[in-house]
Design a protein. Structure first.
Length: 137
């Protein structure tokens, strides 16, 4: 692939990502990263900050910033691990569980639909392509 075509493709991906992320945040009230953190904790239970950073593949310092915001909004609690004081354990609050349930209920009632002009099968195909690209990198 020529450099110009490749850079145009990357620019297009970046622009689409920014637009979709903005719509996601407007529809859900959560940033995409913070939503992923909350869903991870809901699915996995209490986890260390490092486990969350590894799962999301983002810098531990960025996780700390996101968790600070989530903690200020009463979505998570952070406590030192009693067995390893250097490790911080993150837990979902009851408030976060309630808010996630509300978001899911809105979505099931079609009040929280993302304005994305794709069918489920098209999204699945795109996910397969993106996973293939990620695996090759």
């Amino acid at each position: 692939m020529k450099l110009k075509a490749f850079s145009n493709m990357l620019l297009k991906l970046k622009n689409v990502e920014q637009k979709l992320t903005k719509e996601f945040e407007k529809s859900t009230g959560f940033s995409l990263t913070r939503y992923q953190i909350l869903i991870y904790l809901k699915d996995k239970g209490d986890s260390s900050q490092m486990e969350i950073a590894n799962y999301l593949r983002i810098d531990p310092a960025a996780i700390t910033r996101h968790l600070r915001i989530l903690e200020e909004k009463s979505y998570v609690e952070r406590n030192r691990n009693k067995e390893n004081v250097r490790e911080v354990i993150v837990s979902l609050t009851c408030f976060a569980r309630t808010e996630l349930t509300k978001c899911r209920e809105k979505q099931s009632e079609n009040q929280c639909e993302l304005p994305v002009p794709f069918e489920s099968d098209e999204i699945e195909k795109l996910m397969e392509i993106l996973e293939e690209i990620e695996n090759k990198l």
